[in-house]
Each structure stands twice: as structure tokens, then as C-alpha cells.
Design a protein. Structure first.
Lengths: 294, 257
């Protein structure tokens, strides 16, 4: 029983962090219908910027976070304005190839600037582990989880209540109708790229704080696909739930099955669950069904 | 009557497919202007040219005397060009009231920061807006009883009415309507025709509409433009158009021999 609770608890914590990264993906997909394969690289760049600010420039983490948010917003805006804006109206597959190319470019740039060595972020949180009953939680994971959830909640409130959030939802729902109501759809695209990059970067800092920073940090981005497809590509709530499901499944599989299979089950399990769910619900748990009315 | 909208020599092509060829017409302030024509005549494309979804290959669009050919669709909406769609374009997750409020989106002045926290000015503005919507739009279109329902639960005719409500919340000067009664039964059609007339008469909103329901077109429109294969066939009062030999030919075909 102890080990079960322990696995569930740490699965939940990891899941909350996944949810934040998945949100970075969903924010972009929702407004623009672009599947951003560079989400993982946005994370990695965010973590490196934070590393540079706090280690090279010796800024405090409190200054580091807002600065990373600013840099991420700039990066997202630049990517949208300089690259994706020109792809408007092109076939989806071309746009996807562009984001795949972008991920390679970002990876290369990171290796040129920071090298491929492993870097540790300065400690952000108190070291003392959190003990609840018999469950022991790593402090990095616990505080990282709290931070991730706080950011997710802020984004959700923004989406639900702020004028800009409402305009983004309207854009996501129907671009023509949004245009005809005076919403500047192109600006909404830029904003959603900025928001998506911010969410991914903050996720990158949290992950980097747990496991260190390397150019390959972005490979965690691959795990985002089972999460967002599970939740339904365009559902913020689905991304959060998908994050939790994948976090828990991964931990349970790792804890119970890995000892028998020499490892590897942990990484495989989320995809097995993904395939099972897609067999039953092809649009994900909360995804919009595409209905074409003619 | 002064003209509020002018289309001047507009041509539109998708690749090699010519959709509109040298179309010109004026819409007078306060009239109901209907565009008819067989399928594929370019009716919806004409509306899309007017509200900025398409850019013409040639020609210009004037609104209240200003050239708006190069304005983006959202800017044209803010100037007062409202639009409803052939396929209902409502936001399905939201209630009727929220859908309508979204139409008034561009009239809210409070910006991101205050709008974000929903305090003070933003709250006051929201209340004022709500009052206006309740009185001038919801009561007017007789949708009081469904205002808090989710739009996806509504019957087709009611959804069309909510879409009209949302377009009215934008306070348009000209309302572009793409097949407002398509798929409606006789009673729903009659209601919609009455609303369109009331919008014109009580609010002095100019209406440009596309419709296949000939009886309704002939009953309510002041002038009719007929398109066929992207060309302007003729234009005139409903009575003139109905009798025009080319129109009869386009709709019914020509006797051989």
C-alpha cells in the first residue's frame, strides 16, 4: 500500500507539471490549429534563458522568472510574425513540417550557445522533502508542481474571464465569425504563440530544476503528445486531466513493471493508454468533434 | 437616398477560376438590398468581398464614401459592417447571452488589465452593456425565455435568431446576411422576415441579404441584384427583376430550338 500511495502521489505531481507544458501546446493549437512540434524546444530554451540569467548574470530567481516570461513572449511573437504568419493558408502538413524544422533549429542554436554539457539550475526551493503520512515527496517536485498548477490556473482564469481570453476563445471557435465581430484574428494568433511559449518555458524551468538542463531537455516534449491527444487537442481542462493521467500511469508502470522488464515500460505505458483511449474516443476525452455542415 | 456601400468593378479569382467578373453596384442607406442567383453565382463571395474575407483581384469597395478595399475584416466590422453566416457560426459552449455579448466585444473600452480583474469600470460597463442587450436585442428578437440556455440545445430557427442578435449587438450600420431563412419552416421564415423589416424600419440599419426563398425576397426587398456565373445579370425592383427575360432564363433554362 505504501508504495502504491507513493507512486500515485509522485505521479500526480509530475502530472501537474506535464499539464503546464501541455497547456503551452494547447494554447497555440486552440487559436491557430497548428500542432507545434517545437513545444519541447521552447521548454528547453526557457530553461537555458533562466540558467543564463541566474548563473551568468547572477540575478535572483525572483528576477529570473519575470525576465524569462518576457523573453518567452518575445520568442513566441517572433516565431509567429517571422515564420508562421507567412504560412497562413498553406496546407497543414507544411506548417507542421515548419514547426519540426523549428525544433531542430532551436536545438542547434542551444548547442551552439550553451554546449551540450549538463547544467544545474541554482536551487529554487527549500531542500527539505515534504512528508505527508507515509508518503515522502521530493521538494523540487512538490514546489514545482505548486508553481505549475498556479500558472495553469492563471491561464484558465484569463481564458474564461478576460476580454482577451474571450477573444481568443472566439478565434479558436470560428475565425470568420471572430473577424466579423471585430476581433483582430491575426493579433490573437500572435498572442496565443506568446502565451504558449510562456507556458512551455515555465514548464522547462520546473523540469530543469528537477533533472538539470541539457539541449535534449526538449525530448520530454514528446510525452506531451499522448497528453494532449488524450485530453483532446483543443481542451485546456483536457490537457490538465491528460497530464495527471499520464503522470500517474507512467509512475505506476515504472514502479510495478519496470523491475520485471529491465526498464522502459515507464516510457511506453502512456502511449499504450493513448492508443486504448483513441480506440474508444477518437477525438480524445474532451476534444471538439469536427462537424462539417454543408 | 445617399449610398452607403459601393462595389466598383470588382473581380475575384481563385487560381484560374473566375468567381466574380467586373461587378459594380451601390447600396442605398436604409434599404433592403437582395442578391440572388443560382448556386455558384458568386453571392457569398460578394458578401465576403464586402466584409473583407476576400480581397478583390481588381476593383474597389467603398463604405460611406471611404475606400475600404485594403482594410482587414475586423476593422471593417468595427466601422459598422455586421455579418451573419449561412452555416450558423455561434459559439457552442456558451450561453445565448454570452454569445450576444461577444458581439458587443469591440465596443467595450476597458482594456486588458482592468478587464482582467473585472473590477470598477469594467464591471460598470458590463452592466450597462447588459441592459442595452436585454432591452434592444433580447426583447426585440423575442428570445427572453432562452437567454441563459446553451446555444447547442436550441432549435435551428432559434439559433439563427441568436446569430442575428449577436450581429445586432455590434451596432452595425450595414448588416450582411447570408441566407437568413435557409432551412427554416414557414413560420420561422415569417418571423425572420418580420425581424428583418423591423431592423430596417426601427433602427435604420441597411440590409444586404442573400436568399433562395423567392417569396420572401420579393416581399421584403427594395431592390434586387441578380448574379449568374460571376456576372451581373440585372438589377432593379423585385417586380422588374421577376419579369426580366434573362433572369427567367438563368433560373429555368432556355427552351431548345
Amino acid at each position: 500500500m505504501d508504495i502504491f500511495l507513493q507512486l500515485i502521489a509522485s505521479g500526480l505531481l509530475v502530472g501537474g507539471i506535464y499539464a503546464l507544458i501541455a497547456l503551452g501546446f494547447v494554447l497555440i493549437y486552440k487559436a491557430t490549429n497548428i500542432i507545434n512540434f517545437a513545444t519541447g524546444e521552447f521548454m528547453m530554451i526557457g530553461a537555458y534563458i533562466f540558467y543564463s540569467l541566474t548563473v551568468y548574470l547572477k540575478l535572483s530567481p525572483y528576477a529570473g522568472f519575470p525576465l524569462v516570461i518576457v523573453c518567452a513572449a518575445l520568442l513566441g511573437t517572433l516565431v509567429e510574425r517571422l515564420i508562421l504568419r507567412h504560412m497562413l493558408g498553406q496546407p497543414n502538413i507544411s506548417i507542421i513540417m515548419v514547426t519540426i524544422g523549428l525544433s531542430s533549429i532551436l536545438l542547434g542554436i542551444a548547442e551552439i550557445i550553451w554546449g551540450s554539457d549538463f547544467r544545474s539550475l541554482p536551487p529554487l526551493f527549500p531542500r527539505k522533502p515534504i512528508i505527508i503520512g507515509e508518503v515522502v515527496l521530493r521538494s523540487n517536485l512538490f514546489y514545482g508542481f505548486l508553481m505549475a498548477i498556479a500558472v495553469v490556473v492563471i491561464f484558465m482564469l484569463l481564458f474564461k474571464y478576460a476580454k482577451i481570453g474571450v477573444a481568443m476563445r472566439a478565434t479558436a471557435n470560428d475565425q470568420m465569425a471572430a473577424f466579423s465581430m471585430g476581433i483582430n484574428v491575426k493579433t490573437m494568433f500572435t498572442i496565443s504563440w506568446a502565451f504558449g511559449t510562456i507556458a512551455a518555458s515555465l514548464g522547462g524551468i520546473i523540469i530543469g530544476n528537477i533533472g538539470g538542463v541539457q539541449p535534449t531537455l526538449g525530448h520530454i516534449g514528446l510525452k506531451i503528445f499522448p497528453i494532449v491527444i488524450l485530453g483532446g487537442l483543443d481542451s485546456v481542462g483536457g490537457a490538465v486531466l491528460g497530464g495527471f493521467i499520464v503522470g500517474i500511469v507512467e509512475n505506476l508502470a515504472g514502479g510495478y513493471l519496470d523491475p520485471y522488464f529491465h526498464g522502459g515500460v515507464k516510457d511506453l505505458a502512456p502511449f499504450v493508454v493513448l492508443i486504448l483511449i483513441l480506440l474508444i474516443k477518437p477525438y480524445g476525452l474532451f476534444g471538439t468533434k469536427e462537424i462539417e455542415r454543408l | 437616398m445617399p449610398k452607403i456601400l459601393s462595389i466598383d468593378g470588382v473581380s475575384l479569382a481563385f487560381g484560374g477560376l473566375e468567381v466574380l467578373s467586373d461587378i459594380s453596384f451601390d447600396v442605398n442607406e436604409g434599404e433592403i438590398f437582395a442578391i440572388i442567383g443560382p448556386n455558384g453565382a458568386g453571392k457569398t463571395s460578394t458578401l465576403n468581398i464586402i466584409n473583407g474575407f476576400y480581397r478583390p483581384k481588381k476593383g474597389k469597395v467603398f463604405f460611406q464614401g471611404t475606400d475600404i478595399t485594403h482594410l482587414q475584416a475586423d476593422k471593417r466590422a468595427a466601422l459598422g459592417l455586421g455579418r451573419t453566416f449561412q452555416n450558423i457560426a455561434l459559439y457552442h459552449g456558451m450561453s445565448v447571452l454570452d454569445n450576444i455579448k461577444l458581439g458587443a466585444h469591440s465596443h467595450l473600452k476597458t482594456g486588458l488589465i482592468s478587464g482582467l480583474w473585472y473590477w470598477g469600470a469594467a464591471h460598470k460597463e458590463e452592466m450597462a452593456l447588459r441592459k442595452e442587450i436585454e432591452k434592444d436585442i433580447i426583447d426585440f428578437l423575442e428570445i427572453e425565455s432562452i437567454r441563459n440556455q446553451s446555444v447547442s440545445t436550441l432549435a435551428y430557427g432559434l439559433q439563427k435568431r441568436v446569430e442575428l442578435a449577436r450581429a445586432l449587438a455590434m451596432r452595425p450600420k450595414v448588416l450582411l446576411m447570408d441566407e437568413p431563412v435557409a432551412g427554416m419552416n414557414a413560420e420561422e421564415t415569417e418571423d425572420m422576415a418580420r425581424f428583418i423589416l423591423d431592423i430596417k424600419e426601427e433602427r435604420n440599419i441597411t440590409i444586404v441579404l442573400i436568399e433562395h426563398d423567392m417569396k420572401m425576397i420579393m416581399d421584403i426587398s427594395d431592390r434586387v441584384l441578380v448574379l449568374n456565373f460571376g456576372y451581373k445579370l440585372t438589377q432593379g425592383s423585385p417586380r422588374e427583376v421577376q419579369k426580366h427575360p434573362d433572369v427567367i432564363k438563368a433560373y429555368l433554362g432556355q427552351k431548345k430550338g
